[in-house]
Design a protein around this ligand. Structure first.
Ligand code: ZN
Ligand code: ZN
Length: 327
């Protein structure tokens, strides 16, 4: 049960999904709803599991506690003075592997490639639903970013609206193109590669770099060299290369401070309204939360209350530290 409410002061929609309070919390394989259950397990254990049986590589299913989609709340009972809408859309869970104790950096490269292929197929499937305005692939890793189940997994949201960060960026992309006659990301990539200090690593298809003005410590963006708007337009070589670089990025994070890095991974691809026009240039971004061993970056008053991010290290130094990690 969920719905959307419009905040008149920010002009932004908020997803209200009261049932999400009852999501399970687990940090071990025992009782994990994403671990496959053997066919001879008791019926109660099978009922609690959301995972298919052991024989899968990557599995996708609708979130049992969705922020959108599923059964709609009756809007008539809400305050008549507020603006509310049904939370249409999709919320899917993607299991990376049947095993509980792996993650993106320890999965074989071929499995990560399959995962990217699954993202591409689910993007196409969600975009076939006319109510979906924007498909967002992401992973929250670690309890510090709100991961409630430790089993390696990510999620895919098919939003019924264009979320504010993506809408703001779309406006800037359009504006830059109107003024400069080219893609903003293509221009930034040229500059960043030219300067070199913020590049972490690159191959013929993608560049992994710390952006000029990141918001998180050791933030990394992985950007395709080709002007590509989203996963459906990637060729097989680009899929394989993305899988390799994102896997290596997580390996660098986990060795940077010697502990698993809590992070948010977000894939920015063109919203539906920008499919035509081809102005959007996709990227995958990692937002890590550790500033150092035992030192978490909090989204505190300035970040959460004013939207102003503070960094305590130079992006060029962050890139140098990531480059220096031995893989
Ligand atoms: Zn598990
Ligand atoms: Zn471009």
């Amino acid at each position: 049960m969920s719905h959307l409410r419009l905040d008149p002061q920010s002009g932004q929609w908020v997803h209200v999904a009261a049932r999400r309070m009852h999501r399970p919390l687990t940090d071990s394989a025992a009782g994990c709803p994403f671990c496959p259950v053997p066919p001879d397990a008791p019926a109660s254990v099978r009922a609690a599991s959301e995972a298919p049986d052991a024989g899968y590589d990557v599995a996708v299913f609708e979130n049992r506690f969705p922020a959108m989609g599923g059964e709609a709340d009756p809007l008539g009972a809400l305050s008549p003075s507020g603006c509310a809408a049904p939370a249409e859309g999709h919320a899917e869970v993607v299991l990376y592997a049947p095993r509980h104790d792996v993650h993106l950096a320890t999965l074989p490269e071929a499995k990560v490639r399959l995962l990217v292929e699954v993202w591409r197929q689910r993007t196409l499937a969600m975009e076939a639903d006319p109510c979906v305005a924007c498909v967002f692939v992401f992973e929250n890793r670690g309890h510090d970013v709100g991961q409630t189940i430790d089993h390696p997994h990510g999620q895919i949201y098919g939003y019924p609206w264009v979320p504010p960060r993506i809408a703001e960026e779309a406006a800037r992309v359009r504006c830059f193109h109107a003024e400069e006659g080219e893609c903003l990301q293509c221009a930034l990539l040229r500059r960043d590669e030219g300067e070199g200090a913020r590049v972490v690593e690159a191959d013929g298809a993608w560049v992994a770099l710390v952006p000029f003005a990141p918001r998180f410590p050791a933030e990394v963006h992985i950007v395709p060299r080709r002007h590509v708007g989203g996963l459906p337009a990637l060729d097989d070589h680009e899929v394989a290369s993305l899988a390799r670089l994102l896997r290596r990025a997580v390996a660098r994070y986990d060795r940077l401070h010697g502990v698993p890095m809590p992070y948010m991974m977000c894939l920015y691809q063109r919203p539906r309204e920008m499919v035509e026009g081809d102005l959007w240039h996709m990227r995958l971004a990692f937002y890590p939360l550790l500033r150092g061993l035992g030192r978490l970056k909090y989204l505190a008053a300035s970040e959460s209350g004013a939207g102003a991010f503070l960094l305590d290290a130079a992006p060029e130094d962050m890139a140098a530290a990531l480059r220096a990690v031995a893989l």
